[in-house]
Design a protein around this ligand. Structure first.
Ligand code: PHE
Length: 456
């Protein structure tokens, strides 16, 4: 069975596919929202340290587990710790994969809608004066957002069905560099807006008075979501790494690329936001409601530039979402095809079908099912909450404990050094992060999110 497993064809493919998973709506849509709420530069500083001190070691732990077991997120734990309860970590991961793909595809579907609307040159017409209303009308429509969700899931499906080398790796190699080019162009546009300097100041000059414990903790949560760690996504990807893949170097590269995209997204959003005088803490509407205003303004003065700007932006968001959604899909597909010994094609169909149903529930919770709640939350919120506030921190905690305290130290060092062939100078500090810093840090974030639920 192992001989038939897919492989990434090159080191570049490994880094681009993992970076493709990391870079997504989390960077371009969620990061600026959080920065806006967290007061700008101070949030960014904390976020950067959490990326490298907490999320990166979890990523490394996932790489170690995945490459040494060479199997899907659940069997990996069964292989490395047979008969032990560690397998629950993998089960949580696969469950997380289904949930995250379901609600993520809803937002990705909205993005697809905005690509089409702006591509047709109708973004300015659609909103009239009020883009907030247009957005609300669209997301609460009973079937239109579901149609876009379905199309997005189908796109994801088509890449995943192609397998590792010909599907995921090939598309990542094409899409990631394209993404980068689009981002740089957009930063250029944004910096040229009148009054952009105010936004740059917001991003670079820390206001430490904004740093409440809550902001510190949401920076941690953002770091985990953004690097796709904690739900076995990278365990699954690492199972396709070759023995030559350098784990530490790959993890560092992915963290740097992900951070760069997040920070550059800030440089796309905030100079324009300040330029037209919108509150930086406008929330999740920043991308779908606020930015169309920016585009409309540009349309007024320079119609062609405005058209290009808006279309490029939503295409970029869609591409980023797609390279992430395929990695979520792969967690579930790899498990189903290996565990039930079904063909990859069949496993892919099963995952897509389940996520289409669950995703429709999430989409409906913005419209006809607004009042349908479970544990006090609509489906979208419930799935989002379960993944980012529960499964990811708990999964990350368990994975670092597993690698730091359960796995044989020699095996861990062999994985990090590729059997001694690459020297890892930072071995001791890395192991210290994995054994101590990360578990304690995650425990703090986790308790902060969960305790208030029980203590009114
Ligand atoms: N990291 C992705 C993003 O920033 C989201 C993601 C989460 C991807 C979990 C895979 C697994 O958009």
């Amino acid at each position: 069975m192992n001989k038939e497993r897919g492989r990434f064809g090159s080191q570049l493919g490994v880094v681009l596919a993992s970076a493709g998973s990391a870079v997504g709506l989390g960077n371009i849509w969620r990061f600026p929202t959080e920065v806006g709420k967290g007061g700008g530069a101070a949030f960014i500083l904390i976020y950067l340290s959490f990326i490298f001190l907490l999320a990166m070691p979890v990523m490394l732990s996932e790489f170690i587990i995945g490459r040494s077991a060479r199997s899907n997120a659940i069997s990996a734990f069964q292989k490395l710790a047979p008969g032990k309860p560690w397998v629950v970590t993998g089960m949580m991961g696969v469950l997380g994969g289904f949930l995250v793909l379901s609600f993520y595809s809803v937002v990705a579907g909205w993005t697809l809608h905005y690509v089409i609307v702006s591509g047709l040159g109708q973004l300015h017409i659609q909103g009239g004066a009020d883009f907030g209303q247009a957005f609300a009308a669209f997301v609460s429509h009973p079937w239109r957002p579901i149609l876009y969700l379905a199309i997005f899931l189908l796109l994801t499906h088509l890449v995943v069905v192609g397998g590792i080398h010909h599907g995921i790796e090939r598309y990542s190699k094409l899409m990631m560099p394209l993404l980068f080019v689009i981002i740089i162009v957009l930063v250029g546009f944004s910096l040229a807006m009148p009054g952009a300097a105010e936004g740059i100041r917001f991003l670079l000059r820390p206001d430490l008075s904004k740093l409440t414990p809550d902001v510190v903790l949401s920076a941690m949560g953002q770091a985990f979501f953004s690097l796709s760690v904690g739900i076995g996504c990278l365990v699954t990807y690492a199972s396709y790494f070759s023995q030559e893949t350098r784990l530490v170097k790959s993890a560092m590269n992915v963290c740097v690329i992900d951070t760069l995209v997040a920070v550059l997204s800030g440089f796309i959003i905030f100079p324009t936001v300040f330029s037209i005088g919108i509150a930086p803490d406008a929330g999740p509407g920043l991308v779908f409601i606020t930015l169309p205003n920016v585009f409309a303004l540009t349309f007024g003065q320079m119609p062609f530039l405005g058209y290009v700007f808006s279309l490029l932006f939503y295409v970029l968001l869609l591409l980023a979402a797609l390279t992430s959604s395929i990695s979520m899909h792969e967690i579930c597909t790899a498990f189903i095809s290996e565990h039930f010994s079904t063909s990859r094609r069949k496993a892919t169909v099963i995952v897509t079908a389940i996520c289409l149903v669950l995703g429709s529930f999430c989409s409906l919770s913005f419209g006809p099912w607004k009042d349908v709640t479970l544990l006090g939350r609509g489906f979208f919120d419930l799935f989002d909450f379960t993944v980012t506030k529960f499964l990811m921190p708990l999964g990350g905690l368990l994975m670092t404990l597993f690698v730091g305290w359960y796995l044989d130290r020699q095996l861990v060092e062999q994985q990090l050094t590729n059997n001694g062939s690459v020297p890892v100078r930072l071995m001791r500090p890395l192991l210290f992060l994995i054994r101590w810093v990360v578990p304690i840090g995650i425990l703090a974030i986790f308790l902060n999110e969960i305790l208030p639920l029980f203590i009114p």
